[in-house]
Design a protein around this ligand. Sequence first.
Ligand code: HEM
Length: 368
Amino acid sequence: MPLAAAGTGMAPLWYTTRATGEVALALLTATVALGVAGVARFTTPRWPRLVTSGLHRNLSLMAVAFLAGHILTALLDTYAPVGWSAAVLPFSSAYRPFWLGLGTLAFDLLLAVVATSLLRARLRYRSWRAVHWTAYAAWPLALWHGLGTGTDGRLPWLLAIDAVCVLCVLAAVIWRLSVAVPASRRQAVAAASAVFVLATVVFVAVGPLQPGWARRAGTPVALLGHGSVQQTGTAAGTRTAAGGTSAASLTSATFAGGIAQSGSTQNTTVTVTADTQGSPHQHIVITLHGASGQGGGIALSSGRVSVSVAGGGGAADIYQGPVTSLSGDQVGAVLTGPSGQRVPVRVRLAISGGHVTGRLELTPGGDG
Ligand code: HEM
């Protein structure tokens, strides 16, 4: 049974979640950068205070509007079990609870700012200002949320957007330090900023950029399985829990083909070449090296499995990796897909003369 295609009908919601999340982060960055730089100080005859503070306020309201869309689509999308409470209760989601929780905390802080700003006339200035400054913490929380939760956190252009956001806020902090922070606090703020940037770079390097992040981030095991096997859903690509899109994904399928042996007894190579039935078309090549055993088998020294999956427009995606086990007529391998996702597979072979039939199966636990 092909384990494919679940959830692909909801792809538009997923795209909207990602797009609105990125736009909200960009708007939040602009709001925070303006705020940190000091809206009141950033005035020239051509940019009176009214304009800069109005810009700050409008950007923040736009960020909240995009966030509403981001959160709503994330909740409506049935792919990830986010749960309605996760919109306001941090760390209550079943899907990547910690990283999603950072986003919820950021959203709660923004709600507090909006509420206190609406009630500003009734609040003491110091209370309003305290809440307002706390809300700046929403930005690093949102940044780390996006990096930790986002499906495509490792795509270069998304990392570039995040890097630009960090540089904008950093530039604002440096400008503020140069004009308005007392010397006694300057070093502490500069050190804290440097630690944050370094921690973010290290986090991305050891977290989202590494294989297995989907599992470590807290993606439910059932989705990890899906991630390895979802089938083409739209022309633009298919969502995977592994952290990427692919034009065509591997599916479990039966196949038929041929088997050939070459080399000497001590150094023999067995090659299985087969094609799957049904759609998508998958071409499988299994190569096993080793010494031939007395009963006609092979004492494996190394092996490789490669599957090319036909996508749209004649393109093919290649999944390949080393053989990890050979037992009887069963070959185990861990393949790496086009977006770097790891897909463990099991291949059962039935050999008769030079012919081979069998079944390619995706085994649970692909980690992306
Ligand atoms: C200030 C608050 C927030 C900001 C700025 C923000 C921004 C982002 C960004 C930039 C991404 C990465 C998108 C990608 O590249 O794939 C993301 C992912 C995500 N966010 Fe948020 N977010 C916030 C709050 C929330 C909240 C409260 C929820 C809870 C419902 C949420 C749910 C999600 C989900 C489910 C994803 C993963 C989408 C995917 O599969 O790629 N976010 N968010």
